[in-house]
Structure formats: C-alpha cells, structure tokens
Design a protein around this ligand. Structure first.
Ligand code: MN
Length: 210
C-alpha cells in the first residue's frame, strides 16, 4: 500500500488573504507531496511496514530499521503533520463548544490562550511546529516540536497546529512571522479542533503511545 496525498476540502485560494493561494498550492502539491513520496521511497523494501499508517510507524520509531529510521521520522512525520494541518484550516470560523470551554478553563480566556500560543509559535527556533494538545492528564497544553516531529511521540494528542517552516508563510510574510501567526487565527477550523478534543477524550487510551 502506498501512501497518498490527501485532497484538500477547499480551494487553494480559500484562505486568502491570510494564507495566499500560491503558498497553499506549493505547500500542498510540492512540499506535502514530497513527504508522501519520500515516505513511500523509504518503505520500498519493507513490505510489512507498508501496511502501517504513518502514525503507527512514527509512534514506534525505535522499531523501525536504522537504515530508514530518520527518513521515516522526517517524512512520516511530515505526512502526519501536513495531513493534520491542512485539515484544520478554514477561513473565518467561530470558536465555540467544548473547545472554547476547555480553553477558557485552562488559559483563563480565549485572548490569553491566543497570547501564549502566539508566543510559543514565535519561540520555535528554526523549522518546527507549535501545537495545542491534549496531554496525559487530559488537559490542554501548548507544546513545540522541531522539524517534522509529532506530539504523538511524546504521548500528546494534537488538537491544533501551526506550521512554522518558512515554506508555510515566506511568499506572503517573508521574515514577518508574527504577522503570519496573527493571521493564522483567522483560518482555524474550530469545529475540527473541537472534534479533535471530543475524539481525543473518547479514544484517549488507543491514541496514546503504549
Ligand atoms: Mn509545511
């Protein structure tokens, strides 16, 4: 079984002006595609591993043969993170429901959450991600990961993510990461984030690293 590039549920220009169409096109059709292709390439000679999902591969990264371990970590992680990221984007969606209540409870208000999440995103050095996750104590937490590492490796369930690789924003924002992070708050599909929370609480034990 080969891994495939998922189709987006929206057009490349759907997030304008916050994320421009050209960035979306290159990010999805080139960068995301390359993670998929390179994961497939790494697994070419490993028929058993081809049956596993990228999540299964990455969660048990120590069991992956050393020869392809780094490739699976980077490109498998790239597939997981981009599948996740592109799925939680939508322009001008409202935050509501359980996720809003959980954010207010954990951070003292939505604006406070926005502030600490943005600070965390600004604090990612080099290429990486900032995440809102459900942690081991079933509480919301903000974490950062480097490169294409996923929070599922450290026992966290991803709810929301911002891609902080320059390829995610450089065409429109160049070095102005703060403007990109600020704009990102206009393209979060909060109903999807809410689903991630509800499903995360429900399936907690299955999703977590054993
Ligand atoms: Mn990316």
């Amino acid at each position: 079984m080969k891994h495939e590039l998922p189709k987006l549920e929206y057009e490349y220009d759907a997030l304008e002006p916050y994320i421009d169409a050209k960035t979306m096109e290159i990010h999805h059709s080139k960068h995301h595609q390359t993670y998929v292709d390179k994961l497939n390439k790494a697994l070419e000679e490993y028929e058993e591993l081809q049956k596993k999902t990228p999540e299964e591969l990455v969660k048990d990264i120590d069991k992956i043969p050393e020869k392809i371990r780094m490739a699976v970590r980077n490109h498998g992680g790239g597939v997981i993170n981009h599948n996740f990221f592109f799925d939680i984007l939508k322009k001008d969606a409202k935050v509501r429901g359980n996720i809003l209540m959980a954010i207010e409870k954990e951070f003292g208000g939505f604006d406070e959450f926005k502030k600490v999440f943005s600070e965390s995103a600004m604090g990612v050095f080099g290429s990486g991600w900032a995440w809102l996750v459900l942690n081991e104590g079933e509480k919301l937490e903000i974490v950062k990961t480097a490169n294409q590492d996923s929070p599922i490796n450290i026992g966290k369930i991803p709810l929301l993510a911002i891609d902080l690789w320059e390829h995610a924003y450089y065409l429109r924002y160049q070095n102005r990461r703060a403007d990109y992070v600020s704009a990102f708050f206009n393209v979060i599909n909060w109903d999807k984030v809410n689903n991630n929370l509800v499903n995360g609480l429900k399936n907690d034990k299955n999703i977590r690293k054993a």
